[in-house]
Ligand binder design. Sequence first.
Ligand SMILES: Nc1ncnc2c1ncn2[C@@H]1O[C@H](COP(=O)(O)OP(=O)(O)O)[C@@H](O)[C@H]1O
Ligand SMILES: [Mg+2]
Length: 405
Amino acid sequence: MNVIMLAPGYPGEMPYFCRALAIHGAKVYGLSDVPERDLPSLTRENMAGYLKVANFTDEDAVVRQVVEATNGEQIDRVVCMWEPGVVLAAKLREALGAPGQGVQQANTFRNKDLMKQVVTAAGIRTARHASARTLAQVREAARSIGFPVIVKPIAGAGSMDTFRAGTMAELDAELKKMTTYDEVNVEEFIEGDEYTYDTICIDGEVMYENVCFYRPNPLVARSTEWISPQTLALRDLTPTPVAAGVEMGHQVLKAMGFQTGFTHMEFFWTPNGEAIFGEIGARPAGARTVDLMNFVGDIDLFMGYAEAELKGTFSQSTVRKYNACNVFKRAEGQGRIQRIEGLQHLLERYGEFIVTLDLLPVGAQRRNWIQTLISDGYVTVRHPDLQTCMDISDAVGTDLRLFAS
Ligand SMILES: Nc1ncnc2c1ncn2[C@@H]1O[C@H](COP(=O)(O)OP(=O)(O)O)[C@@H](O)[C@H]1O
Ligand SMILES: [Mg+2]
């Protein structure tokens, strides 16, 4: 099968998807905007060819270039596991006559306002919302929705440029700081815990599902530097908030008409026991969450996805054996990492439950914590017992310290 893969080198999970597609028999043709030599070696080793385009944001130009390069050759799949490329992938499918998600559906997965309209029409509870193209429209939307509100780019990711405003004065102050966007979404602020609902589907049927709990909520984690954010994949999907999210997830997938591939949904669980839809993407969760799901069941969802996409079957186990938690670390101070404290003690106490240790080494330049979900590195904890998994994760959060200067 001839498969075009968008952004085969970034984010960090992509080389594994690229390899899995190749192992399942695909000829993978990479498509990206970086020179081939800059791709990770695992990606390069598993591609049958590569096309560098000048600029991913000029989607029509990319489509023309790809149509020309393929020169009538049959393309069996166009895959994209990277949020900003989801609509472009759909345009390529339509231009090349490849099966899979079309442009109309891709737009409902990318546009947070359209998405909520589709989900609301199916009777699923979402935040009240309105899209806005001018400052006056933002203010008007906030007034009619009622404070506090959330404002975010209409097609954002990773909580970038997303803020909460409790009053009109706060709204005005935040708008002054915000990057310019053509369109934003204004939403009722939902109080509650936040969870994910992730799947691999084949022809609209859920083959694999997962729920993660965010500790704390992503917006809080993304705006407070000293926090070590956690994503916790839950072993047990039956307790009330989790089961309610799974049930909502099924309804949302149906409402959106999703067919085949990975999905990543987020939902709120409010203090009065209501599940509220947050958002959904037609791609896997980032920030090494695929690894987390793999650790839960000792499985390989890179392979599971590739099999589902190419062959329409799914043969990975869905038995959940562990809770697995990624704890992301941010160094204290700016500049280069000078020392790491507490690691030895943590490994002595909990070593057998720590399954990934991926920290920047001493001497490395700190990453920009606003720009990256991975921060200055992360630790994966897994344990069959939820409370124990949380306790060890919290110990990693507080006792492991990186210092930069
Ligand atoms: N309506 C809302 N009410 C409360 N918090 C919200 C709301 N919308 C977004 N947030 C917060 O902002 C984060 C990012 O928003 P989200 O819609 O998930 O966009 P993305 O993850 O694509 O940037 C959420 O995880 C949540 O913490
Ligand atoms: Mg989100």
